[in-house]
Write a protein that binds this ligand. Structure first.
Ligand code: NAD
Length: 469
């Protein structure tokens, strides 16, 4: 795997998908390439008085729509190839779920565990300044979001730095999404990716003909799931899947994993990890010191939610899951995907399954541009109208509803209801669009079908601008 290129890996799929389409070669080449690649190296003063030079990137993969959008990753593995691949996946992801943005990604080559909060704040603010200097951040051009190693705290530092340097820009806070609610973030963003993973998996297992061919019964109830990574995406995916009736049989973290065929309580494991720094030694669960082994344990669905390149040609033959839900970006290599497909394993591709985050980021951006929270204008009016309708129904039927029934019927939609409804609509519709393309074009996988849907939309955007005939 020494010569492994994540970006080449993504492009291999693009080329395969293009074989089912009729695109001019030049247009395909344009779609595949990254439009702008920026690397910066800047110094920061550490708490101990020493200086360290930090390497960081921002890649804008596709300008077919603006702004471009994509998370910022803090990881010691960050490199140009990885950021390019993740930026490309963002373009395909946005197109796939009809989020009107081009794709981008940022990366800072640090392991967050090695820095204090003060140092992380310095790094984040300096990185933001470097992005501002080169026009690689703005509400109209390039809007970052959280990714591996970053969250609402980092997004707040970015928004604060940007708005402090753009005091006259009324939409300045739309320069980044995934912000805390107190800084004009949106309810439901933190959990959006995991919630989207849940909707996607739920939809996939609801199709009887697919489940029959996998030897599974339709529905989430009782499906045994192993999750890799109990961070933002892994935790919320596991939590919603468990609430939806699935059994979380295994959880893998970087420093060890646990397995219990009878099911693990996700919330309890999460608290246990917070207290002990590891999931190991949880109640009656079996410890698996080398957590990579857990991916090969018996289960119905495997959800890698940590990093890319986790299922390779080396371990793919030993994977026992019948469905792999790619919650992380690029967890299955091209070679591994081929092996798994031959073995009849169904893969729900990353740029579909983890699109919930960017979908709700889009809602946050819209909220920031409109300067009003969803539901603020109509919630009370909706309640009033519903109350009137319920009253009329009670009068006509002569029957009175219980307080709980009435509450349920009259309730107007608040921000979280609207966000979750928009997210569910997006994930459900996209799944069926992909599934239909897979059937009509007879593609070998959902991933190829997803690329066809995405490339088609990107190509149409380029062509509508007269760039290609
Ligand atoms: P995170 O930093 O919140 O969590 C990642 C977790 O994985 C951490 O708990 C970490 O300890 C664990 N981990 C690292 N290496 C591991 C290993 N070898 N085995 C098991 N666990 C390991 O990151 P996140 O935001 O949850 O992102 C996870 C993946 O999801 C990434 O691929 C990211 O690009 C993708 N993603 C994230 C979002 C988002 O909204 N955060 C959106 C789309 C895609």
């Amino acid at each position: 795997m020494d010569n492994y290129s994540f970006f080449d890996n993504v492009n291999q799929f693009v080329v395969r998908a293009a074989q089912y389409m009729e695109l001019p070669q030049g247009l395909l080449d344009q779609i595949k390439e990254c439009n702008s690649v920026y690397q910066t190296n800047f110094p920061i003063k550490l708490d101990n008085g020493h200086y360290e030079v930090i390497t960081a990137y921002r890649v804008q993969h596709s300008h077919h729509r603006l702004p471009v959008k994509g998370g910022i990753r803090y990881s010691s593995f960050v490199n140009e190839d990885e950021v390019k691949a993740l930026a490309a996946l963002m373009s395909y992801k946005c197109a796939l779920v009809d989020v009107p943005f081009g794709g981008a990604k940022g990366g800072v080559k640090i392991s967050t565990r090695n820095y204090s909060e003060r140092e992380l704040e310095k790094i984040t603010r300096r990185y933001t300044t470097e992005l501002i200097r080169k026009n690689f951040i703005s509400p109209a051009q390039d809007v970052p979001a959280p990714d591996y190693g970053t969250g609402a705290r980092e997004m707040a530092w970015i928004a604060d730095t940007y708005s402090a340097m753009h005091t006259n820009e009324i939409n300045a806070l739309a320069c980044v999404t995934g912000k805390p609610i107190s800084l004009h973030g949106i309810r439901g963003r933190t959990e959006a990716t995991g919630r989207g993973v849940f909707y996607g998996i739920r939809e996939a297992v609801s199709i009887s003909e697919d489940m029959e061919s996998l030897g599974l019964s339709p529905g989430l109830e009782g499906k045994r799931i192993i999750v890799q990574g109990l961070g933002n995406v892994g935790y919320f995916s596991a939590k919603y899947l468990q609430e939806g009736g699935a059994i979380i049989a295994g959880i893998a973290e970087y420093n060890g994993g646990i397995y219990d065929a009878n099911g693990l309580d996700v919330e309890e494991v999460f608290q246990h990890m917070k207290e002990n720094g590891a999931v190991l030694n949880f109640k009656n669960a079996k410890n698996i010191e080398n957590s990579a082994e857990l991916l090969e344990y018996e289960c119905d669905i495997l959800v890698p939610a940590a990093l890319e390149n986790q299922i390779t040609e080396e371990n793919a033959p030993r994977i026992q899951a019948k469905i792999i839900g790619e919650a992380a970006n690029g967890p299955v290599t091209t070679e591994a995907a081929d092996i798994l497909q031959q073995r009849g394993v169904r893969i729900l591709p990353d740029f579909y399954l983890n699109a919930g985050g960017v979908t709700v980021s889009y809602f946050e951006w819209l909220k920031n541009l409109s300067h009003v929270a969803f539901g603020r204008m109509d919630k009370r009016y909706e309640e009033l109208t519903n109350r009137g309708m319920v009253g009329a129904m009670e009068e006509i039927t002569g029957k009175e509803l219980s307080d709980t029934q009435r509450q349920l019927l009259v309730r107007g939609a608040g921000e979280i209801d609207i966000v979750n409804s928009g997210l569910e609509e997006t994930m459900v519709n996209a799944y069926h669009t992909i599934w239909d393309v897979m059937k009509t074009k007879e593609t070998p996988s959902l991933r190829i079908a997803s690329f066809i849907v995405a490339i088609d939309k990107i190509a149409a955007a380029y062509m509508s601008r007269g760039i290609f005939p």
